[in-house]
Design a protein around this ligand. Structure first.
Ligand code: G6P
Length: 371
């Protein structure tokens, strides 16, 4: 097993460090001379043009990928996107019909909750696209179209490289729909995809800086509660950061939408409380950046230790960050592929420092094939 881990202490650590390749592999062969080529999208283009609602169904980490997908797909296609945990969707008599496109996201392709949600949607006449990693699994087989992640087998129970693959595949789906439906001009799609093709190199840059985060994780190994704040696409990243810490390090962790802080969660903050904050690009939309910077000041004024993930060159956040972790600048919508990496490294290293079984956390299974 040691040899299979390629010199890393765990499969999770190995898989985290495979993520530049993972994103490149999800993109491989799908962007041809600036045009998106998704041969697997076997759903009739005429049908795709009638879609008036998209529903993403998934569980766990895949649902967090779905929450990122919502921002991108809605922005590019102007189709309303709902994201719902598959087990909740299935049993609430959801409004689904022939004009609904269901996106089932599942690394394993065998998660029973997601499969049942997808079957229910198909019975109502919806078309289903599956974003999966495992070839020939039940979900991609039963879907109308399957977009594979191609990130290679994921062994660790806590999902990392598949998460990046799921987000990347959802971007491809969103751009494809925008291309088919004429929401974006060909040169706009080409420009967005050119930026997407830069992501593997940026992922590598973040991975090359992992020593700083590993040191922080070892220093924080006795933490009993960690909060994560993010806004816009940083919100699902905060949820995923908290999920990782719960899953493998057994630390109470919660992710919040930064704007929600003043509506409740700030009551939790007391002296020494560690708070990760995912800061939006200062070059991004509206005043998101300054709003999140204000949130950092608010928690810090109440004694929080602020662990800030910010874009390279963002000097505005510096005075309010106890620790600052840098990610390369990219489009706002692509930032989730970079900002989650320090959080993955943090959980993995902290669990390792606690002497826990990082790859096989207690009570969890890689794939849950019962409802
Ligand atoms: C299990 C795993 C999680 C995973 C979830 C969804 O709960 O422990 O790591 O995110 O299932 O898995 P899927 O294979 O559907 O992506």
């Amino acid at each position: 097993a040691a040899a299979q881990k390629g010199g890393y202490p765990s499969f999770m650590a190995k898989e985290i460090h495979e993520q530049a390749t993972a994103v490149a592999d999800t993109l491989l062969g799908r962007i041809v001379e600036g045009r998106l080529q998704l041969d697997e999208m076997s759903i009739d283009e005429a049908v795709l043009r009638t879609v008036d609602k998209i529903v993403v169904v998934a569980c766990g980490t895949a649902a967090n990928a779905g929450n990122v997908a919502k921002y991108a797909i809605e922005h590019w296609t102007r189709i309303p996107v709902e994201v719902e945990l598959a087990h909740e969707f299935r049993y609430r008599d959801p409004v689904v019909n022939e004009k609904t496109l269901v996106v089932a996201i599942s690394q394993s392709g065998e998660t029973m909750d997601t499969l049942m949600a997808m079957r229910h949607a198909k019975e109502q006449g919806a078309k289903v696209v599956a974003l999966c990693n495992t070839r020939g699994a039940t979900i991609p087989r039963e879907a109308d179209a399957a977009l594979y992640l191609h990130v290679g087998p994921e062994i660790a129970v806590a999902s990392t490289k598949a998460y990046l693959g799921q987000i990347t595949a959802s971007y491809l789906l969103g751009l494809y729909l925008a291309q088919v439906r004429g929401n974006l001009f060909a040169d706009e799609v080409a420009a967005i995809m050119a930026d997407l093709e830069q992501i593997p190199a940026h992922v590598q840059t973040v991975l090359d800086g992992s020593a700083q985060i590993e040191e922080l994780a070892r220093e924080m190994k006795d933490a009993t509660s960690v909060l994560f704040l993010g806004r816009h696409v940083g919100y699902p990243t905060a949820l995923e950061g908290a999920l990782k810490l719960k899953e493998i390090a057994y630390i109470h962790a919660e992710g919040f939408a930064a704007g929600e802080l003043k509506h409740g969660p700030i009551a939790l903050v007391e002296e020494g409380q560690p708070v990760f904050v995912i800061v939006p690009s200062p070059g991004g939309r509206d005043s998101l950046h300054s709003k999140v910077v204000s949130n950092i000041q608010e928690v810090r004024a109440r004694g929080a230790r602020t662990l800030v993930i910010a874009e390279e060159g963002d000097t505005v956040v510096e005075p309010y960050a106890d620790v600052i972790m840098r990610v390369p600048a990219t489009r706002t919508l692509f930032a989730p592929l970079l900002t989650v990496i320090p959080l993955q490294i943090f959980s993995c290293e902290l669990a390792t420092a606690k002497g826990l079984d990082v790859d096989q956390p207690r009570n969890l299974a890689k794939s849950v094939t019962v409802e």
